[in-house]
Design a protein around this ligand. Structure first.
Ligand code: ADP
Ligand code: MG
Length: 707
C-alpha cells in the first residue's frame, strides 16, 4: 500500500487534493455569500436554480478554470451506452476586431446542446428532432480534466430529450434519490424526528480491474476490440495458489497506483484503499463513500482515470467483467446505505432502544424491497460481460439473496416468531412492545458469496459488473426501498402506538420475506436447489433479466415514484437489448477473423513444418514419428475449427437478419454466443499443440504474469 511517507509528500498531497475540483469548499471561497447560500439550497432541492445565480457561478467557474490553464469546457454526461460523453467547446469568443475574450455564461453553464443524434435513444427521439440537451447537475462538482489535449473544465450534466425524456443514466438516478428522500423523511417524521432535513442514499463502489502489458495487449485484436479474450488457454499456473490476493504489489503497479491516487484526489475522488485481487494481475480500488450521485460520477471518473494512467505506465487496464476464461472475473461492490443530512446512518445499529428500533425498521424495509423486487436488482446488474460471472459458477450467483449474519438473523427470526432472543453473550433479551433490545456491537461477520450482504452499517450489492455504471443498480435500490418505505410511512402516520406498529411491521414483513435471507455458501449447488424450493428467481442471462424492466409491475413501480416512465423504460430495454446484440456481434466477428486469418495459417504452417520433418525422418528410416502424429492431430482439429467457424458465420448472419430487438438478442445468446464456445474450444486445443513461437497471439501466461 502506498501511503504518505514523509512530510514533504504529505504537504504535496494536501496541496493538490481537490485542486482540480470546483467543490463546495472552492465555491464558498469564491462566491458571494448570498449566492453560495442560494446554491446550497438548490443542491438540496429546496430552491430552483435562477439565471442570476448561474451567471455568478459561471463567472467564478471560468476564472478558476482559466487560472488552471483550461481552454475548453465540456458538458460531461452519461448516455445509455454506460460510458461518459463530452463535447468540448472553447471559452473563446471573438470580439470581431481580431481579438478574443474568454467567455462562459450562466446559460452555457446551465444548458448545452450536444450534437448527440448518434447516442442511443431507443426511439424516443426521431432523427429530425435528434438534438437533446444537457443540463447542469448542481449536486456534483465540476472538475478539470488534464490530458494530451490540454485542460478542460468538465461540468457534470443530465442529458434530456426535447420532450423531457431522460436519455441518460443521471436523470433517473437523481429522481430515485428524490423518491427515497421523500419516503424516508416521511418515516423519520412519523418516528418523531423533527431535526433532519434530508435523507440521502450513500454509496461507496469498490472497483476491480486487470492490468496487462501494453505490448501484449496490442497483439490481441480480441482485447482491443472487445475488452476480453475470445481465445486463450489457461496457463499451468492459474489462480489456484491464491498467492496474488493481498500479496505484495510490484513496483510498476505501485507507481501506477500512486499516480492514480493523486489524479483522483486532484478531482476530489477520495480513493482510499487498493489491493491485489484474487486473480493474477487483478486489482481493486475503493473510494470513501459519498452521495449516490457524486459516487456515480466519481466511479465513472475512476474508470476513465484508471485507463488513462495505466496507459502512461505502458499498461492497459481491462475493466471487462471477464477478460480471461477460467480466471476470476471483475465486479464492482456497490456499498449502499441511507443517511440523514445531520449524519445519522439509518442502517447503523444504535446505542439505545430507539435507534435500534429505527435500524431494524429500515433494515427490514430493505429486505422486503430486495425480496419483492429481486428481479429488478438482477436486471440492474445484467450485461453481456456480466453474464460470464452471474450464473456461470462464479461470484456472485445469479440468485438474489441477502446475507444478514447469524446474530441479526436470529434477532429478526425471534421477532417474527414471537420468541425471546438470546444474545450471543448468553444474556437474555426480552422483546417487549415498547423497546427493542440493545444490539450487539459487532454485527459484521462476513460472507463473500452473498450478492446482497449486510456489512455492519450498510448493504453491499456485489452483482454489479466491473465496467457497468453504478447508476442503474442504484436507481433500482433507491426506488424499491422508497416503495417499501412509503408503505411503512402510511402505516406509521396512522398508528397511535408507533412502537407497537414498528414491531408489527418488522414481524409481518420479516415473516413474509425471510426467504430472501441466506447466510450459507451462495456458490454451492445445494443453494441453487434450496433457492428454488424457496421460490427465489434464478435469472441466468441478461436477455431474460432485461425483460423485467418492461413488465407492468415494474413500470407501475417506477411511475409511482416518478423515476422513469413506461416509454422511458421501454426505450431503455430496447437500447440494452440492442447493445447486448451489438457486443456479441463484435465478439463473434473478431473470433471469426482470428480463427480464419491468424490461427488457421499459423497452425497449418506449423503442421506442414512437422509433416516435412516427419518425411525427412522417414527418409532416414524412422517409422511413425511423433512429428507425424502431432501434424495429423493438428490437421484434424484444424478441420473441426473450420467447420465450427463456418457454423458460427451462419449463426451470425441469421442473427443479424432478425428485426425484433428482443428476439435478436435471444438469437445472439442461444445461437451465436453458444457457438462461440465451440469454436473457442477448438482454438484453445490448437494453442496447446502449436509451438509457443508459432502461435500468433500472446498467451494467457504472458498476459497474466508479465507485469
Ligand atoms: P470492506 O471490508 O468491504 O472493504 P470498507 O469499510 O472498507 O469495507 O468499505 C468498503 C466501501 O464501503 C468503501 O468504499 C466505503 O467508503 C463504503 N462505505 C462505508 N460506509 C458506507 C456507508 N455508510 N454508505 C455507503 N458506503 C459506505
Ligand atoms: Mg467489499
Amino acid at each position: 500500500m502506498s501511503c504518505c511517507c514523509n512530510k514533504a509528500e504529505e504537504a504535496s498531497i494536501m496541496a493538490t487534493y481537490g485542486s482540480n475540483s470546483f467543490s463546495n469548499a472552492v465555491m464558498r471561497e469564491r462566491l458571494p455569500k448570498s449566492i453560495f447560500k442560494e446554491l446550497l439550497a438548490v443542491q438540496a432541492g429546496e430552491k430552483e436554480l435562477t439565471l442570476e445565480v448561474a451567471e455568478v457561478v459561471a463567472a467564478a467557474m471560468r476564472d478558476w478554470a482559466l487560472e488552471r490553464g483550461a481552454t475548453h469546457y465540456s458538458h460531461w454526461f452519461q448516455p445509455l451506452t454506460g460510458l461518459t460523453a463530452e463535447k468540448h467547446d472553447s471559452f473563446i469568443a471573438p470580439t470581431g476586431d481580431g481579438r478574443v475574450l474568454m467567455e462562459f455564461s450562466g446559460k452555457e453553464l446551465i444548458k448545452g446542446e450536444p450534437d448527440a443524434s448518434s447516442f442511443p435513444s431507443g426511439g424516443l427521439r426521431a432523427t429530425f428532432e435528434a438534438r437533446g440537451y444537457t443540463a447542469w447537475d448542481t449536486s456534483s462538482p465540476a472538475f478539470l480534466k488534464e490530458d494530451g489535449s490540454g485542460v478542460t473544465l468538465c461540468i457534470p450534466t443530465a442529458f434530456i430529450g426535447y420532450h423531457g425524456h431522460a436519455l441518460d443514466k443521471k436523470v433517473p438516478l437523481l429522481k430515485s434519490m428524490v423518491a427515497l428522500n421523500k419516503q424516508a423523511m416521511r418515516v423519520l417524521r412519523a418516528l418523531g424526528n423533527t431535526s433532519s432535513k434530508r435523507v440521502v442514499a450513500t454509496v461507496g463502489p469498490e472497483q476491480e480491474y486487470f492490468l496487462v502489458d501494453k505490448s501484449y495487449y496490442e497483439q490481441r485484436p480480441d482485447l482491443i476490440l472487445t475488452g476480453r479474450t475470445v481465445f486463450g488457454s489457461m496457463p499451468a499456473k492459474g489462480q489456484e495458489m491464491e498467492d496474488h490476493y493481498f500479496g505484495a504489489m510490484k513496483d510498476r503497479v505501485l507507481s501506477f497506483m500512486g499516480e492514480l491516487n493523486r489524479e483522483l484526489w486532484k478531482v476530489g475522488v477520495d480513493a482510499k484503499t487498493q489491493h491485489n485481487e484474487v486473480a493474477p494481475n487483478q486489482f481493486e480500488i475503493a473510494p470513501i463513500f459519498s452521495t449516490t450521485n457524486v459516487a456515480t460520477d466519481g466511479n465513472q471518473l475512476t474508470m476513465e482515470t484508471i485507463r488513462r494512467v495505466a496507459s502512461r505506465h505502458g499498461m492497459v487496464a481491462l475493466l471487462h467483467e471477464k477478460p480471461f476464461a477460467g480466471v476470476n472475473g471483475s465486479g464492482k461492490h456497490n456499498n449502499w446505505s441511507m443517511s440523514t443530512d445531520d449524519g445519522q446512518n439509518l442502517l447503523e445499529p444504535g446505542e439505545n432502544p430507539e435507534t435500534n428500533a429505527r435500524f431494524l425498521l429500515f433494515t427490514t424495509a430493505v429486505l422486503e424491497a430486495v425480496d419483492t423486487w429481486s428481479t429488478l436488482l438482477r436486471a440492474s446488474a445484467a450485461s453481456v460481460g456480466n453474464d460470464h460471472r452471474l450464473g456461470a459458477n462464479e461470484a456472485p450467483p445469479a440468485i438474489i439473496s441477502a446475507f444478514m449474519g447469524s446474530q441479526l438473523t436470529e434477532l429478526l427470526e425471534s421477532i417474527a416468531d414471537d420468541k425471546t432472543y438470546a444474545a450471543k453473550a448468553g444474556e437474555k433479551m426480552h422483546l417487549g412492545v415498547t423497546a427493542l433490545p440493545k444490539l450487539p456491537k459487532d454485527l459484521s461477520d462476513r460472507n463473500r458469496t452473498s450478492p446482497f450482504a449486510f456489512t455492519g452499517n450498510k448493504f453491499e450489492f456485489r452483482m454489479v459488473g466491473s465496467s457497468q455504471s453504478i447508476a442503474g443498480p442504484n436507481v433500482v435500490i433507491n426506488t424499491i426501498v422508497a416503495d417499501v418505505l412509503s408503505k411503512v410511512a402510511d402505516r406509521l402516520e396512522k398508528a397511535k402506538d408507533k412502537n407497537a406498529e414498528i414491531q408489527k411491521f418488522i414481524k409481518e414483513s420479516y415473516g413474509k420475506h425471510r426467504r430472501i435471507v441466506f447466510n450459507g455458501n451462495g456458490y454451492s449447488d445445494e443453494w441453487v436447489k434450496e433457492a428454488e424450493r424457496r421460490g427465489l428467481p434464478n435469472i441466468r442471462t441478461t436477455v431474460e433479466a432485461l425483460a423485467e424492466y418492461a413488465k407492468p409491475k415494474a413500470v407501475e413501480l417506477f411511475e409511482r415514484h416518478a423515476v422513469l416512465s413506461k416509454e422511458e423504460l421501454e426505450s431503455r430495454t430496447h437500447i440494452y437489448f440492442e447493445g447486448y446484440s451489438k457486443q456479441i456481434n463484435i465478439e463473434a466477428g473478431v473470433m471469426i477473423e482470428m480463427a480464419k486469418r491468424s490461427i488457421f495459417p499459423a497452425a497449418s504452417d506449423f503442421a506442414a513444418g512437422l509433416a516435412g520433418a516427419a518425411a525427412a525422418l522417414a527418409s532416414i528410416g524412422a517409422v511413425s514419428s511423433p512429428q507425424e502424429k502431432r501434424a495429423k492431430k493438428i490437421a484434424e482439429i484444424l478441420a473441426e475449427l473450420c467447420d465450427e467457424t463456418e457454423k458460427l458465420e451462419k449463426a451470425l448472419a441469421e442473427a443479424q437478419g432478425i428485426e425484433d430487438a428482443h428476439a435478436q438478442a435471444k438469437a445472439y445468446r442461444d445461437k451465436v454466443f453458444a457457438q462461440m464456445g465451440v469454436v473457442r474450444e477448438k482454438g484453445d486445443k490448437l494453442e496447446m499443440l502449436v509451438a509457443r513461437d508459432a502461435w500468433p497471439f500472446p498467451s494467457y501466461e504472458e498476459l497474466l504474469f508479465s507485469l
